[in-house]
Design a protein around this ligand. Structure first.
Ligand SMILES: [Zn+2]
Ligand SMILES: [Zn+2]
Ligand SMILES: [Zn+2]
Ligand SMILES: [Zn+2]
Length: 152
């Protein structure tokens, strides 16, 4: 897991109004508050919410920019879903739509009640008191950011 960089893939987020975080999508979970069709904003490769979406002209499949370029390193110009030869282009409209979606903080189960647009997530996580970080004194414990002063 050392080389795993989540930013290479889509957004793993919980939307406002969505009951429970789910990493695997099935047809029952297609619809959530707001009536947005989740299939429409999900990357066909990483199954997360599209980050920098691109669309294949020929078949309409959508992927995160990073996901498809990684795939194309071994399978140039192929669609991983139907193996058509495809051309891709950045889907600016979809990107804007996704960045506007309201999400909850990924630490909401720890108690953070922040909610805002996806575009604000990165900023928030830098300041989120409920982010779990390793102890500054390297005692080996993981502590919520907001409890660090108390812990030290
Ligand atoms: Zn396709
Ligand atoms: Zn992806
Ligand atoms: Zn938070
Ligand atoms: Zn400590």
């Amino acid at each position: 897991m050392a080389s795993f960089n989540p930013k290479q893939f889509g957004y793993n987020v919980t939307f406002v109004g969505e009951e429970k975080k789910t990493s695997v999508l099935n047809s029952d979970q297609k619809e959530f508050a707001g009536g947005i069709d989740k299939d429409d904003i999900t990357c066909a490769i990483c199954h997360l919410i599209l980050r920098d979406p691109v669309q294949a002209v020929d078949c309409g499949h959508r992927f995160c920019k990073n996901c498809i370029s990684q795939f194309h390193q071994t399978n140039p110009a192929k669609c991983p879903m139907d193996w058509k030869t495809i051309q891709i282009f950045p889907d600016i409209g979809k990107k804007r739509e996704i960045l506007n979606l309201q999400i909850r903080c990924q630490n909401h189960e720890e108690g953070c009640d922040w909610q805002n647009e996806i575009r604000e997530e990165e900023n928030h996580l830098q300041n989120c008191g409920y982010e779990r970080v390793s102890c500054e004194l390297k005692c080996g414990e993981d502590i919520l950011q907001k409890n660090m002063q108390k812990h030290l």
